[in-house]
Design a protein around this ligand. Sequence first.
Ligand SMILES: O=C(O)C(=O)C[C@]1(C(=O)O)C=C[C@@H](O)C=C1
Length: 282
Amino acid sequence: MSIKMGVLGPKGTHSEAAASYLNERLDTPYELVTVPDLFECLQEVDEGRLDTALVPVENSLEGAINITLDTLARSETLEVARELIWPVHNQLMAKCGAETIRRVYSHPQPISQCRAYLQQHYPQAEIVKVSSTARAAELVAAESASSGWAAICTARAGELNGLHTVAAEIQDNMANCTRFFQVRRRGTGNPVLPKEKVLIICQIDGQKAGALYDVLKEFAERGINMTRIESRPARTELGAYIFFFDLEYTPDEQALQESIEAVAKKSIWLKNLGTFPVYTVE
Ligand SMILES: O=C(O)C(=O)C[C@]1(C(=O)O)C=C[C@@H](O)C=C1
């Protein structure tokens, strides 16, 4: 029986491209299943209808993908199995020519990733945000060339929908990349993957002076390298926050374990979302 991995769809998204890349590196590739919405994709895994999912978590130009962070923080079930750092290439694709474009469709992230390009070349165009880049390509394909509609999408999404490239590589920075997490339910999947990173989520009492400093100290004093810190509202009251700590895995497991236990004692709650390998694209 095949193992099903959810990705944001329809076919042709950046997420699907990233999942296909990951699949090529695995002994047993996943069967990719496209889901129209990111939250739904995570829920399908949480509730057991999909085995796993590859979801975006952070972009180098635009920062955190909040829905992924918030869902991971609230779930009692999900953990991270792998991380993939994926270079994001955005193309402007349409049926019409460059000079007649008057409306541009895309996912909010690529719209932000291409902000300078759009301001310079299409300052008058109406910008329309939709659920994914591939959905944008579908919408543009459904209209005639005279509509003047265009999509920011992957080359594959454009090709699948019969669009041509108006402008290639329009992201504001050529180092544009997105970090993806492969998530799964705790205790499922292969337990012997290489260990490179650890993800910890906790809520700290924001009313106490030095509370965050106290927590960071536990990592610093044991030589645990924190590679990222992110905060999100706890969604209980204004001023209450939860923190995401990405830690570099160290073979000194005792130091790592002790630091996490010490942070747990200083937190309202703490979750360890797993230890996992990081894949990068050469
Ligand atoms: O719309 C897509 O193609 C997606 O896969 C979503 C998404 C995102 O949510 O950030 C994934 C990676 C890129 O940063 C652009 C868009």
